[in-house]
Write a protein that binds this ligand. Structure first.
Ligand code: NAI
Length: 358
């Protein structure tokens, strides 16, 4: 079979650090396994435009491996050209770069390495919440720039203790965030999700479910977004919804950039409606140099905690998703059943409840 992997270039870092498995150079560690089984393995970072390797090879690829960090966008139109495609494997979590409805129609299976980086992201969420609430980034920039004016930083720095924190999406990551928030003695932990948590899980973290989205956002000092991107979440956090946020709330999105409308978030930050915004996911990746989220600031010159998309690609996570990708491939080639939680789209149907209510 022909296996095509779209990965990001790691350049010198990948040569020096073999645990950067999710790079073009280190090929998810799959080459010797795939070739020993007689498969052809093509690895490239070239994914944009009609002359890209992605477009060239997809026409006769049997298995496509992609990562959310450098997404090869498998649209309906691209799928139309992919006559041999049977299986898409996301090395990581989050398969929104694939048109899942089109995959259902064409009986192309979509699997991901569920759980492989959920702790990595939950830790990033905690870091992002803290760096916004405590006004860390401007404080650090002041130091690097040779300054020392504590009042300039402290005027916009708060404690997380006593705040209301809510997660939009309380699945594997959202729940881990709630667990990690418990010792911070927040005033209340809330969640919004059409799938309710089991009562014991709710009780274990002391979280309360709010079923109306506007009501949910209006009660939170901090909101963390932990839902997949699908028809029901695309552009969900927009100008209208932002008006229902508490004035001066902090928003963290490490799920998918397109859940938020980029310009509306930048405006809300500039006006002070949001006090801070942090995340690592963007509506286009790599983000263009002039993307508003690179330079947006609150009226006091801070409140931007953006990074490139890396929360789920720590070295620890890369080992887990590279191993998980190999297991999925082995199961596929050997006709063994897949881990049910890894199957997003099975043969002609969604197997997950996380990509919208159907
Ligand atoms: P999960 O499937 O365990 O949980 C997702 C939860 O979101 C489910 O409980 C689902 O019911 C809920 N949900 C779906 N639509 C919703 C809506 N409209 N409103 C409220 N809740 C909704 O997924 P997991 O592992 O927690 O990951 C969540 C997302 O995080 C992934 O789909 C991916 O997009 C993103 N992610 C980001 C990473 C990064 O590196 N920044 C790495 C891993 C995941």
């Amino acid at each position: 079979m022909k296996v095509l992997a779209i990965l990001y270039n790691g350049y010198e870092a990948a040569q020096a650090e073999p645990r950067l498995l999710g790079t073009v150079e280190n090929e998810l560690g799959l080459r010797s396994y795939l070739e020993s089984q007689g498969h052809e393995y093509i690895v490239t970072s070239s994914k944009e435009g009609p002359d890209s390797d992605f477009q060239k090879h997809i026409v006769d690829t049997d298995i496509l491996i992609t990562t959310p960090f450098h997404p090869g966008y498998l649209t309906r139109e691209v799928m139309d050209k992919a006559k041999n495609l049977k299986l898409c494997v996301t090395a990581g979590v989050g398969s929104d770069h694939i048109d899942l409805n089109a995959a259902v129609e064409r009986k192309i299976q979509v699997l991901e390495v569920t759980g492989s980086n959920v702790v990595s992201v939950a830790e990033q969420v905690m870091m992002s919440i803290l760096l916004l609430v405590r006004n860390f980034v401007p404080a650090h920039e002041m130091i690097e720039n040779g300054g020392w004016q504590v009042s300039e930083i402290a005027r916009n720095a708060f404690d997380l203790e006593g705040k209301v924190v809510g997660t939009l999406g309380a699945g594997r990551i959202g729940y881990r965030v709630l667990q990690r928030l418990v010792p911070f003695n927040c005033k209340e932990l809330l969640y919004f999700d059409y799938n309710a948590l089991p009562a014991e899980a709710e009780a274990a973290v002391g979280a309360r479910r709010v079923q109306d989205l506007k009501e949910f956002v209006s009660q939170c000092d901090v909101i963390t977004v932990n839902a997949p991107l699908h028809e029901g979440t695309l552009g969900l956090i927009n100008k209208d919804l932002l008006q229902h946020f508490k004035k001066g709330a902090w928003l963290v999105d490490t799920a998918r950039g397109a859940i938020c409308v980029a310009e509306d978030v930048a405006e809300a930050l500039a006006s002070g409606q949001l006090r801070g915004y942090a995340g690592d996911v963007w509506n286009v990746q790599p983000a263009p140099k002039n993307h508003p989220w690179r330079h947006m600031k609150n009226p006091l010159g801070g409140g931007n905690g953006m990074t490139p998309h890396y929360s789920g690609t720590t070295l620890d996570a890369q080992i887990r998703y590279a191993e998980g990708t190999k297991t999925i491939l082995q199961n596929y080639f050997e006709g063994k059943p897949q881990e049910p939680g890894n199957v997003i789209v099975g043969l002609g149907k969604y197997e997950t409840k996380a990509y919208g209510q159907r």
